[in-house]
Ligand binder design. Structure first.
Ligand code: AMP
Length: 606
């Protein structure tokens, strides 16, 4: 049997893992039962034991300083004063700089590289997949935002390596969404991916031709998401607290948390209903037990919620307008609109999209799961080496050569499709020069100082007497995987030199090795603990299977039919396989029977 491969959506708010079984992509449930894993990581205060997902969210209630979240905002970035300022506006935890200028976060009195935080989330998803399949899983496809640069992509790969995962490929989130919505089956045209999550908003136009996905334009608002909609409700609730308590509630962490939870709940209810009731008590100053607390009861209509969120709707539209402008397109010429992110369930957002693009968006895939499902589809295509696995992505940042006057001549402009080859001819700076150093830059500015220097190619033994007599051809070749090869050739002598540039690692080698080992030890311990729990759960599942078998037998006796007989035989043989797998301690077989039984018991046909 082929090794399982998985697709991972490593999200800012939530992450998910999926795989393709019998030709269909499916979300792999987490070991705690959910379909999504909150991208939250914590360390317990005394023992510094790691907790991930819902357990970390629980820890945050008692020990907010032991937990970090939304660290995807910082992965692969340089630690700078500007970044620290940006972080202050969105998260309460502190950032620190590592030896290589990488970003670290402070939790439970420790300083942890952001790459490691991602590795912890990926490691958890890997364990979920292993519990699901009953065997080791290492190969994966991971999704990243379309605007991630080389450094952010490289850091994501590093995180995967620490987690013991082999990244077959990183693909853009909108591309994955398009795969999940089935656009690989003959769709030709422009697809717009509207991705509104918990904390970020991204809009991407993909041009899809013969199974090739090209990002035409991408944009977004990194500080706009579901939480901002929640906050509008919180502000409104706060305004209704009685005058004697309002300021106290505003300053009280526990009360503000209560308001936020209630606001998010109300927002979800307004997706289903026209009106919801919000009822809260225990609001006030929790640091002063003697002080009297107050309560609040109020109704919120969908209509009023939409009015409250008017400024946020405008920001969504502004992003769509700017992306349409970058793509040089009229909104009505988009062929299909795909929704991604939990917030796109909100009727206001759906209406906004329908009005702006002049067509109703596709809603037949769960917006929380689309990206992970698409990643799984691509992972499966790669594993099967099917021709469908061609995905054309684009360069996130322009690449060029440093020229005279401190300027940069771009050879590969941003948004070019990869793989790509580009060449140009340059001349040395001075007459009679015998050596030329050709610096390579990444970035959008015309000025070298405002770009990132990736490296240089050095050509020696130049023979030309004058500048004009020394033509130097520089060729850039960017692979599908983002590796840039640069060759410089002295066209007069034919001598050439080449360099291969891969994004720099973010963690020093020794530290990365240590983290890999640490993760492996943790994973082994967890897997042992999981095995016990899995066995218990499997026994319970078999008991439920027995009940189902009895029920089917009764049905077959009461109203005999070939169909009833075969349903019963099917369950009986599955149970028999399950018992012998349990006896033989065959974890993989147990996991397979568990999946089939769960499906039978749930009555789902997918
Ligand atoms: P994501 O980052 O894609 O998981 O998005 C999570 C965001 O979607 C959060 O702000 C949630 O409150 C919001 N969300 C999820 N489901 C719903 C729903 N049924 N109605 C309204 N908002 C939702």
């Amino acid at each position: 049997m082929r090794d399982p491969v998985i697709g991972i959506d490593l999200g800012t708010t939530n992450s998910a893992v999926a795989s393709v079984e019998e030709g269909r992509p499916r979300i792999i449930p987490s070991r705690s039962g959910g379909r999504l894993t909150p991208s939250v990581v914590g360390l317990t205060p005394k023992l510094s034991e790691r907790v991930v997902g819902t357990k970390a969210q629980e820890l945050a209630k008692e020990h907010p300083d032991c937990v970090v979240w939304a660290t995807k905002r910082f992965i692969g970035r340089r630690f700078t004063p500007e970044l620290v300022q940006q972080a202050k506006a969105v998260v309460p935890y502190q950032l620190a700089g590592g030896n290589t200028g990488d970003v670290r976060v402070k939790m439970a009195g420790r300083t942890v590289p952001v790459t490691q935080v991602s590795a912890m989330i990926l490691g958890e998803l890997k364990l979920d997949a292993e519990a699901f399949f009953g065997r080791g899983v290492s190969k994966c496809v991971i999704t990243v935002p379309a605007n991630f640069d080389d450094s952010q992509r490289q850091a994501t790969r590093e995180a995967a390596t620490i987690a013991g995962l082999d990244t077959l490929r990183l693909i853009n989130e909108p591309t994955a969404a398009a795969l999940a919505y089935g656009l690989s089956r003959g769709f030709q045209g422009h697809a717009l991916v509207f991705d509104l999550g918990g904390g970020t908003f991204d809009v991407t136009v993909l041009e899809i031709t013969d199974g090739v996905y090209e990002v035409k334009a991408t944009g977004g608002d990194p500080a706009l998401g579901g939480e901002d909609f929640d906050l509008k409700i919180v502000e409104w609730l706060l305004a209704q607290v009685d005058d004697n308590h309002r300021e106290l509630v505003h300053r009280d962490v526990v009360s503000m948390h209560k308001l936020k939870v209630a606001a998010e709940q109300a927002k979800r209810e307004l997706t289903e209903y026209e009106e919801t009731l919000i009822s809260l008590d225990g609001l006030g100053d929790h640091t002063q037990p003697a002080r009297k607390l107050t309560g609040l009861e109020t109704a919120l209509t969908r209509h009023f919620f939409e009015q409250l969120c008017e400024p946020l709707s405008k920001r969504c539209i502004a992003v769509c307008e700017s992306v349409m402008k970058e793509a040089g397109m009229d909104p009505h010429s988009v062929d299909t609109v795909l929704l991604v992110g939990g917030m796109t369930r909100v009727p206001l957002i759906r209406r906004l999209v329908t009005d702006f693009f002049g067509k109703a968006p596709s809603t037949d895939v769960n917006p929380d799961e689309a990206v992970a499902l698409g990643a799984a589809i691509h992972a499966d295509e790669l594993a099967r080496q099917s021709g469908a696995a061609l995905l054309l992505d684009v360069v996130g940042n322009s690449l060029g050569v440093g020229v005279m006057g401190g300027r940069v001549k771009h050879l590969i402009p941003r948004n070019s499709s990869v793989p790509v080859v580009a060449k140009d001819v340059f001349h040395p700076g001075r007459h009679g020069q015998t050596e030329a150093r050709i610096p390579i830059y990444q970035g959008e500015s015309e000025l070298q100082d405002e770009n990132r220097k990736l490296g240089e190619v050095v050509l020696r033994n130049l023979q030309g007497a004058s500048r004009a007599d020394t033509p130097l051809e520089v060729t850039f070749e960017l692979s599908n995987e983002g590796t840039l090869s640069v060759r410089a050739t002295d066209l007069k002598t034919g001598l050439s030199e080449a360099v291969k540039l891969e994004a720099r690692p973010h963690l020093p080698g020794q530290e990365a090795e240590r983290l890999v080992k640490e993760q492996a030890v943790y994973a082994q311990k967890q897997a042992q603990a999981d095995a016990k729990k899995t066995e218990e759960t499997f026994r319970k599942l078999l008991e439920r299977g027995e009940k189902l078998a009895k029920l089917l037998q009764r049905t077959a006796e009461e109203s005999p039919s070939d169909e009833a007989d075969s349903a019963m035989i099917n369950v009986r043989s599955l149970l028999a396989t399950g018992y012998s797998a349990l006896e033989a301690r065959d974890a993989e077989q147990c996991a397979q029977v568990a999946r089939q039984l769960t499906q039978l018991l749930s009555g789902r046909r997918d």
